[in-house]
Design a protein. Structure first.
Length: 208
């Protein structure tokens, strides 16, 4: 684990360079410990955490000392690191469903059963507000990104690529393979918090 300045009001804590549930838990625990101190926002990712602070409220030296303590001795996973279980009601009728099943050597029914038959961890949120990268996908599902991204993917699209699965939170461009859709709003700017999913949460896609 390492730590370094990230601009003039944040630190970047880097954990091991791999995607792993235990590392996601550690990143979430560090973020929770920072949040509990009220220093600023903590932003966890796959294997790193950005710790922000307000220099007008907390001196650099004090913030640096706390960040270094957390990096040197990460706290044990907290209750929030274990995450909530969020059920995502899913209709499996995406435009890439049949092709993704065929390239995986599966029937559509088999792919749907594999995708909906396990829990996924929300590794981190990125690319756009409310988009949670979740894993890991069953390795039998062969789903590289599309060679040419779509210019518009509807909000609520359930997609897979590169061993992970996502729900598009808003209409946007995207290159993941669309296998279904959900009416669950994973991002709503009028809601507090706006993003339904947070890092560490568990997702299960329920066939409708």
């Amino acid at each position: 684990m390492s730590i370094r300045p990230y601009g003039d009001r944040a630190f970047l804590v880097e954990l091991e360079q791999r995607i792993d549930g235990a590392i996601v838990d550690a990143a979430r625990a560090i973020a929770d410990a920072w949040d509990a101190r009220g220093l600023g926002e903590a932003i966890p990712a796959y294997a790193s955490v950005v710790l922000t602070f307000d220099p007008a409220r907390t001196a650099w030296k004090e913030a640096s000392a706390i960040a270094n303590d957390l990096a040197a001795a990460p706290p044990p996973p907290t209750a929030s690191a274990a995450g909530r279980l969020i059920e995502v009601p899913t209709v499996y009728d995406g435009p890439d469903l049949a092709d993704t099943a065929a390239r995986s050597g599966l029937s559509v029914e088999e792919l749907v059963a594999l995708h909906g038959g396990r829990e996924y961890r929300a590794f981190f949120l990125g690319f756009m507000p409310g988009l949670a990268y979740c894993g890991t996908l069953d390795p039998r599902i062969d789903a590289p990104r599309l060679p040419v991204p779509r210019s518009r993917v509807p909000a609520g699209s359930v997609a897979v690529a590169n061993g992970q699965t996502i729900v598009y939170p808003v209409d946007s461009p995207g290159g993941w393979r669309l296998i279904g859709r959900t009416e669950l709003a994973t991002f709503d700017p009028a809601r507090e918090p706006a993003a339904l999913i947070r890092a560490g949460d568990r997702l299960r896609f329920v066939h409708r």
